[in-house]
Design a protein around this ligand. Structure first.
Ligand SMILES: Nc1nc2c(ncn2[C@@H]2O[C@H](COP(=O)(O)OP(=O)(O)OP(=O)(O)O)[C@@H](O)[C@H]2O)c(=O)[nH]1
Length: 345
């Protein structure tokens, strides 16, 4: 494509993105704009489908939904950018350390070749785990050299502190990328990663894995009556109640807007059902009130679906069954727990 054609097309996408935002009354913030630009450019089919299905359902799309879609589709980019910066920073520190070696701060060839090899391993496709391992190695190497008296320079101690800070930054950014910012629970990405891992285990070793999905009943009414901020507050209270009901290796995640998901390793269907029932009762029995006016919000209830993984069925079938169970719970009057139908294998 010629440069001018490319520019024209980009300009057209910009116009279209703004017109879509106007149509759905979405404020033109950078986050909203980024999402609509990607949508009209049609380069991300999954995003196009997600936006279209929201609109198809209700004829509109809210800023809240746009924000959630942005989190879902753009968080990985943020993650990649953070990883890129950290790689650059580690490369800078490694080069600086090597420089001290060349300028005679140390005489050791061992450190030299070790650090050189680390520098060559600092490739762009390094994943988070590999980067973490590399940082660990740099730390050990520098510590060793310093403690054995090979490196006496204060600046090298400084470099070590910087590498340690980088290590912390890496784990902070990992934590941030798998945490839901509203509730502090695990986010959908974390859930997806862990369930795939658990299912691999279940297929190989036959261990029990059960999952609970639950969805707040008539949540749109709470939002309409009290506003989004109160709705957010309700989601936080629910998240806290769910967090308290679980233990050990269980994982509770915010799966979508007003939907939560729980992974229960080594848990039978019967125990998972009992747990869902006890969370259901906890939430229905809680008297939630507005923080600002103390006005009671009435009873908040949730509908639950429960399933146990059947080895060999695969993750998609499993999660569809749990989703289906939530649908059945809603259909049979809400505020109850439904078992998932068996898989079709
Ligand atoms: N406050 C707030 N609302 C949200 C959030 N995410 C999704 N929602 C809202 O949750 C509501 C979900 O509504 P529906 O899917 O129609 O379902 P419902 O009203 O809960 O009814 P049932 O599921 O049929 O019981 C919509 O109004 C969304 O805008 C969020 O993060 N905060």
């Amino acid at each position: 494509m010629k440069h001018s054609e490319h520019e024209e097309r980009t300009a057209e996408w910009m116009r279209l993105a703004l017109s879509k935002m106007k149509q759905y009354e979405i404020p033109p913030t950078p986050v909203n704009y980024a999402l609509w630009f990607e949508y009209v450019s049609g380069t991300n089919l999954a995003l196009v489908e997600a936006v279209d299905s929201e609109i198809e359902l209700t004829g509109k799309i809210t800023e809240q939904q746009v924000r959630l879609l942005h989190e879902q589709f753009f968080d990985d980019d943020k993650d990649r950018a953070a990883m890129f910066e950290m790689r650059q920073e580690l490369a800078r520190l490694l080069k600086q350390t090597l420089n001290y070696i060349y300028t005679g701060v140390t005489t050791t060839d061992r450190s030299n070749s070790h650090l050189q090899s680390m520098l060559t391993r600092l490739q762009p496709d390094l994943n988070r785990q590999q980067l973490h391992t590399l940082i660990e190695e740099v730390l050990i190497e520098t510590r060793l050299a310093v403690s054995s008296g090979e490196l006496l320079n204060e600046q090298l101690n400084g470099a070590m502190v910087e590498v340690a800070a980088l290590k912390k930054e890496l784990s902070d950014s990992r934590r941030e990328s798998i945490t839901d910012s509203l509730t502090g629970l695990a986010n959908r990405k974390h859930f997806d990663e862990l369930i795939s891992e658990m299912i691999r285990d279940a297929d190989q070793n036959g261990i029990d894995v059960s999952v609970i999905f639950c969805d707040v009943d008539m949540f749109s009414v709470i939002n309409e009556k009290h506003g989004q901020l109160v709705g957010d507050q309700v989601l936080r209270v629910i998240a806290e109640l769910m967090r308290k009901s679980l233990k050990g290796r269980d994982l509770v995640a915010r799966y979508g807007g007003e939907e939560f998901a729980v992974i229960l390793p080594n848990t039978s269907m019967q125990n998972a059902r009992q747990l869902a029932e006890s969370i259901r009762q906890d939430i229905a029995g809680k008297r939630i009130q507005r923080k600002d006016t103390r006005e009671p919000l009435g009873t908040i209830t949730m509908s639950f679906g429960v399933a146990r993984y059947v080895p060999g069925e695969g993750v998609d079938s499993f999660l569809q069954r749990v989703d289906r169970a939530v649908y059945l719970a809603k259909r049979s009057g809400r505020n109850n727990v439904s078992d998932a139908p068996p898989p079709i294998i």
